[in-house]
Design a protein around this ligand. Structure first.
Ligand code: SAM
Length: 235
């Protein structure tokens, strides 16, 4: 993900520009801190106070110069208009959040409004076109058959959540003035990896990441990735 975001930044903004980034549903703040370390000014918006504490603790471990570039706010991504003025950001990240939002169009329109012209909306969503892959690769044939005709699924935490189809989000992004410019697959080969599983040795990890990166930008592989990374640009 980080490499894909960096690629988009390199393609769309002058080298060295300090960008204003809003990370909606930032969780423990992995991307927010990474972008702050790269020199950008980052605002994290997170609705779960426990997660916010985790992100605050991580931020407290950073040098003062980086801490000064990060603001963490408790709030709901559906209410960005209550916190920020329209056009206040160059980049809005919304990664791993749409699954939890039952009707996301209004939230997405709000996120697009937060962008300055030319700004990047980066969405990471569960791929609703490939929900049969996970049960199918597990040999759960009933689950695979049921998954073809729905965008609802139960995630690994046991929560009932939802996925998004590429065609649906492409239409939504056009409608909210941030048409899709690029998209990637994420986790083409490694969706079966459990959270907390030990990482492979460094040289193998490098090869794994290279294979994932290549598949994530190549047809037909990216179309069956577990996650889709969609990049819309504000007109
Ligand atoms: C799966 S985590 C993803 C965290 C991070 N963005 C990442 O990619 O690693 C989803 C996060 O979104 C937050 N979240 C879910 N719905 C939200 C909403 N409506 N507004 C703000 N945060 C939300 C959750 O509390 C959680 O921290």
């Amino acid at each position: 993900m980080g490499r894909q975001v960096d690629e988009q930044i390199a393609q769309r903004f002058p080298v060295g520009q300090r960008l204003r980034v809003l990370d909606v549903g930032m969780g423990q703040g992995t991307q927010a801190l990474r972008l702050a370390r790269a020199g950008h000014k980052v605002t994290g918006l997170e609705k779960d106070p426990g997660m916010l504490d985790v992100a605050r603790a991580a931020l407290a471990g950073e040098p003062a110069g980086i801490q000064d570039r990060v603001e963490l706010i408790e709030g709901d991504g559906r209410e960005t208009g209550a916190h920020f003025l329209p056009g206040s950001f160059d980049i809005v990240l919304c990664h791993g959040v749409l699954m939890y939002v039952p009707e996301p169009d209004a939230m997405l329109a709000g996120l697009a409004r937060m962008l300055a012209p030319g700004g990047l909306l980066s969405l990471l969503v569960r791929n609703g076109d490939a929900l049969a892959m996970r049960p199918g690769l597990d040999g759960d044939w009933s689950g695979a058959l049921a998954a073809f005709d729905t965008t609802d699924y139960t995630n690994r935490l046991g929560l009932d959540v939802r996925a998004d189809r590429l065609s649906g989000l492409t239409a939504t992004l056009s409608g909210i003035g941030a048409p899709l410019q690029s998209w990637y697959g994420v986790r083409v080969f490694t969706d079966g990896t459990e959270a907390g599983e030990q990482l492979p040795p460094e040289d193998e990890l490098e090869r794994l990441l290279a294979a994932e990166e290549r598949a994530g930008r190549s047809d037909p592989y990216r179309g069956v990735a577990a996650l889709l990374h969609l990049c819309g640009v504000r007109g």
